[in-house]
Ligand binder design. Structure first.
Ligand SMILES: C[S@@+](CC[C@H](N)C(=O)[O-])C[C@H]1O[C@@H](n2cnc3c(N)ncnc32)[C@H](O)[C@@H]1O
Length: 284
């Protein structure tokens, strides 16, 4: 007597009879890696399971093309030192020197730890002058992800993809996250970080109308809507009283003082959502 397991049926065979059983629910076929062929019926990993945003949720107040808004370089840092230090520490923990890294929606600054030399760092963004100044990039591409979500990379090109303080500008995040999945090697990591600062007119309405908690949930859902990402991990570092956050017992006095400029506003909250393609690797 012998048996074979095929994706559709479980055949249990001996020489005298042949019976077909439906695939038991506990036995799952391993999804094949996304192969970029949208007509493939076999592939499930990397597919978009459902859309997260409504049409209204994708809208921006400023409807001019993003390339116009980013036409002039902005040589500024978009978050404070405390945020950057939390992010750099996270990169120090999760990224290894042999990694090939894609910095999505990048600019003239890098938050990678200076002391680590990575195998390759590729930048992507909308302003070539900013990207040309970024000291960490081996090369860069300029592409408007709200016009076209396809990235010109082979499948499984990167060990890590980073997106820093920019996810709020994506109008088709589901497609971008699926495209990141395709570009990641199995076990590769996608780190999406953000704070509460934004170019208000360029952020999507679902982001503008939300709170810190709601924005974290939104990014978690962007990951969850793509088949094959691991359960997203959420990292939060909110300002304490030491960092300038208003003590609970002095509200609303602190709030009034901040409004009148007598007390500096608190530092930037740090949020990161992290997930891996297929599995989280264990490093020795
Ligand atoms: C707030 S900046 C953050 C830059 C950088 N990640 C950092 O940490 O400093 C937002 C970035 O998102 C990029 N961006 C905005 N809209 C975009 C779009 N439609 N397509 C591609 N990149 C976009 C811009 O190039 C800009 O550099």
């Amino acid at each position: 007597m012998w048996f074979t397991i095929s994706p559709k049926t479980w055949q249990f065979t001996n020489s005298s009879n042949l019976q077909f059983f439906p695939l038991p629910t506990k036995i799952k076929t391993i999804p094949k890696a996304y192969n970029g062929d949208d007509n493939s019926t076999e592939s499930t990993a990397g597919k978009i399971k459902r859309m997260v945003l409504s049409q209204e949720g994708r809208t921006k107040l400023n409807i001019l093309p993003d390339r116009e808004f980013y036409a002039y370089p902005r040589f500024v840092t978009h978050v404070d030192d405390r945020f950057i230090s939390s992010l750099t520490n996270l990169y120090r923990e999760r990224l290894r020197p042999e990694f090939e890294i894609l910095d999505l929606m990048s600019s003239w600054v890098s938050h990678l730890p200076q002391e680590v030399k990575y195998k390759r760092v590729v930048g992507h963004g909308l302003n070539a002058q900013e990207l040309a100044k970024n000291p960490r990039l081996d090369y860069f591409i300029v592409k408007d992800l709200n016009q076209d979500q396809k990235l010109e990379f082979e499948n499984c090109s990167f060990d890590a993809v980073l997106c820093t303080v920019s996810v709020q500008y994506l109008q088709q995040p589901e497609k971008v996250f699926a495209e990141v999945f395709r570009g990641l090697k199995p076990g590769g990591v996608f780190i999406v970080s953000f704070s509460n600062r934004l170019f208000y007119e360029k952020a999507i309405s679902a982001w503008r109308d939300s709170t810190g908690y709601g924005r974290v949930q939104l990014v978690v859902q962007y990951f969850q809507c793509v088949q094959g990402f691991t359960q997203p991990e959420v990292i939060r570092k909110l300002p304490t009283e030491k960092d300038g956050a208003a003590p609970q017992n002095q509200w609303p006095l602190n709030w009034i003082m901040q409004l009148t400029g007598l007390l500096s506003s608190s530092s930037d909250p740090f949020y990161a959502v992290v997930a891996y393609r297929n599995f989280k690797p264990v490093h020795e």
